[in-house]
Write a protein that binds this ligand. Structure first.
Ligand SMILES: [Zn+2]
Ligand SMILES: [Zn+2]
Length: 173
């Protein structure tokens, strides 16, 4: 599998690196980085100051050249009735998106003594692995340590591991 990362807006090199590393480690994916895209104006909701997550999936699907394509953006995303999302993917789709906007919050609920930067990097890796998991057919997992566990807040993101649990792995490999 080759995953093409499509940066949408100003995505720091460190974020691209974390995403690539996570995809190689967990899925043994080949990773390429597409040229940066401007956030699509048509996807912007001025009233909410947010972008529609599904529009960025469409963009990744159009621009990306991988068998899976992943948009990464620093912009804040929403989807349907959810006030914000960290990411979005369709089951078995070829494209997905993650936003780093809300992964920056420094507090991890006292979960560890780690630096803000290390916590942020972990969150990026987990979100990337999670969304690509959906595109490979994985649904949410009840195991709250599994990367496919649903995480509506950073608290849940911080609690889970960067890896697939045994049963999610058996589903894929
Ligand atoms: Zn999910
Ligand atoms: Zn699992």
């Amino acid at each position: 599998m080759r995953v093409d990362i499509v940066p949408v807006g100003d995505v720091p090199a460190a974020v691209k690196r974390e995403a690539s590393t996570a995809l190689r480690n967990v899925y043994e994916a080949e990773v390429s980085i597409a040229s940066s895209q401007d956030p699509p104006e048509s996807a912007y909701d001025a009233g909410r100051s947010q972008y529609r997550a599904d529009a960025l999936i469409d963009l990744a699907s159009r621009v990306g050249t991988g068998s899976k394509n992943l948009a990464i953006t620093p912009e804040d995303l929403f989807y349907r009735r959810r006030n914000y999302v960290f990411g979005l993917a369709y089951l078995d789709g070829n494209a997905s998106v993650i936003s780093t906007y809300r992964l920056h919050t420094s507090s991890d609920g006292g979960f560890s003594e780690r630096s803000e930067r290390a916590i942020f990097a972990d969150r990026v890796r987990k979100e990337v692995v999670h969304e690509i998991g959906h595109t490979l057919g994985l649904e949410h997992c009840d195991n709250n340590r599994c990367v496919m566990n649903f995480s509506p807040t950073v608290r849940e993101v911080d609690r889970k591991e960067q890896y697939l649990c045994g049963s999610c792995q058996r589903f894929l490999f």
